[in-house]
Design a protein around this ligand. Sequence first.
Ligand SMILES: Nc1ncnc2c1ncn2[C@@H]1O[C@H](COP(=O)(O)OP(=O)(O)OP(=O)(O)O)[C@@H](O)[C@H]1O
Length: 399
Amino acid sequence: MSTPVAPVTETAAARGDADEVTFSVRNLWKVFGGNADKVVGTELEKADRDRVKEETGCTVAVRDVSFDVRPGEVFVVMGLSGSGKSTLIRCLTRLIEPTAGQVLLDGEDIGTATPQRLRELRRHKMAMVFQHFGLLPNRRIIDNVAYGLEVRGTPRAERYERAREMIGMVGLGGYENARPGELSGGMQQRVGLARALAVDPEVLLFDEPFSALDPLIRRDMQNEVSRLQRELRKTSVFITHDLQEALRLGDRIAIMRDGEIVQVGTPEEVVGRPANAYVADFTSDVARTTVLTARWLVREPYPDERTDGPVTAPGTVLAEVLPMLAASTAPVRVVEGDTLLGYVGRDDVLRAIAEDQLDGAAAVAAIEEASDDPSEERAVHSSGDTVGTRGPAPAGSGA
Ligand SMILES: Nc1ncnc2c1ncn2[C@@H]1O[C@H](COP(=O)(O)OP(=O)(O)OP(=O)(O)O)[C@@H](O)[C@H]1O
């Protein structure tokens, strides 16, 4: 092929510059109960939650969690109720004191910050959006949005100007003087969002912000967050128990189970190459063609294959690649900027669809079989990143 083909690694696009990190979380633990010191650093560290509870009366809410959040990314933490998501996000700001481990924000150790420094960080660097909005009911919308700036001591005219701007940004222009009780749930959550954005934080923390909203409004709010994210590129940690929400919003998703992170990966990695049977089961209802993109399947051309097919971007989902392939006998050319990454043909997409037809049980069984090798299991847990056995080989590997 005359055009250079960039190496395609599974997470290169999502990872960006791996050296840059906003949040760095290392071996974080939260054990609720008076005997926490009898758990971390003892042989009970490895015991399951029930045994720890039985022997010490403690609840292991977060267990030895490590991950990095990179500047500008939306890092979603997803898990069922009780998996430890809320505890984890609260440990990031020390709203809950971690039992052990380290949280660095831009390299600064949150754990050793003085109460005053912690207040400064919470006021200037981070803002939180809660499930139950947390609005002050007797204050007007504009006062609620300006609240964080008021606490910071920003002059009145300046904070109202900024609040008005943010209210406009979330689509609530005209409601400045209304009270929260006069607004619908979705609108109140927009106020919550405007309030968080008003302080121009470096990091936005979302704790199940849309769980109380009905499905259509919820969808609306997800689109709103996506739009704002495209415009503002705020580093965000987003907690949800809804897989579709995680897939829609996350640049990367961490899946939690019983306090542990079982996989961290892009939506494609989590759906296309689940790290274990639990994740496979979790994602088995997701239509792969709506999540996997051309980048996932891209390959070198076969000998004598036509190379004049339609052009598409690597981020195009397979559901949209399909009609292009139906209209052309040549494979699609996957192009990013000026670089031809490679090709995706009918067979490639058909194979991906065929895998989608595997029933959940078959997929889970295949993964269970693959993860019988204990070294693989260790790899998943030690790196915290995706190390699966399924998925296509990268282009250039001869696959
Ligand atoms: N203050 C607390 N004291 C004792 N146990 C707690 C406390 N807070 C949470 N837990 C326990 O820690 C575990 C993790 O709870 P957490 O609320 O973090 O999970 P979650 O994934 O956010 O669930 P949900 O979505 O239901 O809020 C649960 O077993 C919960 O009962």
